[in-house]
Design a protein around this ligand. Structure first.
Ligand code: ZN
Length: 237
């Protein structure tokens, strides 16, 4: 029993850390959650409190200039408006030295929408409104998704949409914050039940309107997709 409880404790503490996933760091820059040692060894700057579901030594690391380009900065490759170079930035391989200081969100062809049927009208209408508000920023739309027997997700009753907003599934982006906050600000017209972006949740029945950074932090579900760093989830009433 003792071994088992020790194991549970260890598993719980390991599960807290979403290492190598995005955060907003010093100066509002795109960052990555890594140990402060990893950050300083790659020339980055760490700030505390921006990887809030993580262990004490896991902090948000940013690097405002990187040597590959004269105006280069470290950001997620999916968000780079120019060329990206490897080997200059902290974190996983998708955090690269970008040649442009401009934000390079989106640039995608218009996604196709689900038919109204299994996917309910409120979801399809919501999807259309969000895509219209953010041209080129939503690459793909999912309504009915991951519905194994016994699944209780709003997706399975056609009342949730995933707005995929990075270059591919599993690829992190900072793009979804603006979309998520827009959905919050337009909650009534969209009939929003709750929103998830970047491992944080907002529910109009319990949360006041506030910046995404102040939304409630969720548990670490284990990867970029499950922690909603490649898509905004919106559940509708
Ligand atoms: Zn979803």
């Amino acid at each position: 029993m003792r071994t088992q409880s020790l194991f549970s404790l260890l598993a719980a503490s390991v599960a807290m850390a979403a290492v190598n996933e995005p955060c907003i760091g010093s100066g509002g820059r795109a960052g990555v959650c890594v140990s402060s040692a990893t950050c300083s060894s790659s020339g980055g700057v760490s700030i505390s409190g921006a990887c809030p579901a993580d262990g004490a030594d896991i902090k948000c690391c940013t690097k405002a200039s990187c040597a590959a380009y004269s105006s280069g900065n470290c950001r997620w490759q999916s968000d780079c408006a120019g060329s990206s170079a490897s080997g200059y930035c902290p974190g996983p391989s998708q955090m690269k030295c970008c040649s442009s200081t401009a934000t390079g969100f989106g640039g995608y062809s218009a996604p196709s929408f689900p038919a109204v049927g299994s996917c309910k009208q409120v979801s399809v209408t919501g999807a259309q409104k969000v895509v219209a508000a953010f041209p080129g920023r939503v690459r793909q739309i999912y309504c009915i998704r991951d519905c194994a027997a016994g699944a209780t997700s709003d997706h399975c009753v056609g009342k949730a949409i995933d707005f995929m907003c990075s270059d591919a599934g599993g690829v992190p982006t900072m793009s979804g914050r603006e979309i998520a906050e827009w959905v919050m600000n337009n909650r009534s017209g969209l009939n929003v039940k709750y929103i998830i972006w970047g491992q944080k949740i907002w529910n109009p029945s319990v949360d006041g309107v506030k910046a995404w950074t102040s939304w409630r932090t969720m548990e670490d579900r284990g990867d970029v997709t499950q922690n909603h760093w490649d898509h905004v989830h919106v559940s509708f009433n």
